[in-house]
Design a protein around this ligand. Structure first.
Ligand SMILES: Nc1nc2c(c(=O)[nH]1)N[C@H]1C(S)=C(S)[C@@H](COP(=O)(O)O)O[C@H]1N2
Ligand SMILES: [Mo]
Length: 203
């Protein structure tokens, strides 16, 4: 057997490695992860409500929501179950544009996202605004399939993917950072994949 140099068994870090957060692997497919059965929401029955606590600020039906400015976002996504998928392509309405249409600025520092399945997840307002997040309506140029959260899902690509609530039907400003479905069951309150914030006890 030939003698190997010190580092020859290790490949030099690549651009690909630099895009994969610690403890993640690169996935080519698009796994489906849902806590329960897939709700089938027809667009004619769909609505989206923006709330401040219990108080509705504004409600949109499908046609009204689709008339808001559409933005494209292509981002890497990171699931806490350890897969990372590169360059996922979405189109939807930036949370900034939803707030602008409602004529408000964030009234509190925190939000809860709500899904038609009863799922909730908390995200700080600063992580949903300034172009960081959208309510996605299209994936790869086509309507989002029901298993991936269609008709509409939240996309918060810089946090673990459990923050990207599927079957979205509302965003609610809350006075405090209130843990959602997975955050109450042991997942981290914030969920930054680059700091590997998987579980409640992670710093
Ligand atoms: N409404 C709702 N949103 C949800 C979930 C869910 O069960 N219900 N699962 C979350 C989890 S844990 C993950 S990893 C992603 C998975 O999205 P995907 O099925 O499109 O990969 O959706 C998140 N959003
Ligand atoms: Mo997940």
């Amino acid at each position: 057997m030939a003698t190997r140099g010190f580092f020859s068994s290790r490949k030099p870090p690549t651009e690909t490695d630099a895009r994969i957060p610690p403890g993640q692997y690169l996935e080519q497919g698009f796994p489906v992860l849902s806590a329960g059965p897939t709700p089938r929401v027809r667009t004619k029955d769909w609505s989206f409500t923006l709330k401040h606590g219990p108080r509705p600020i504004k409600k949109w039906n499908w046609a009204e929501f689709n008339a808001l400015p559409l933005t494209k976002m292509t981002r890497d996504i990171h699931c806490v179950t350890a897969w990372t998928k590169f360059d996922t392509a979405w189109q939807g309405v930036l949370v900034d544009d939803i707030l602008a249409d409602a004529g408000i600025e964030a009234p509190t520092g925190f939000l809860l996202a709500h899904g038609y399945d009863g799922y909730t997840t908390n995200v700080p307002a600063k992580d949903l605004t300034t172009g960081k997040a959208m309510v996605a309506l299209l994936h790869d140029g086509k309507p989002i399939t029901p298993d991936h959260g269609g008709p509409a899902r939240l996309l918060v690509p810089h946090l673990y993917f459990w923050k990207s609530a599927k079957w979205l039907n509302g965003l609610q400003f809350t006075e405090r950072d209130e843990p959602g479905f997975w955050e109450l069951r042991g997942y981290h309150i914030y969920g930054d994949p680059w700091r590997e914030q998987r579980y409640t006890s992670d710093p």
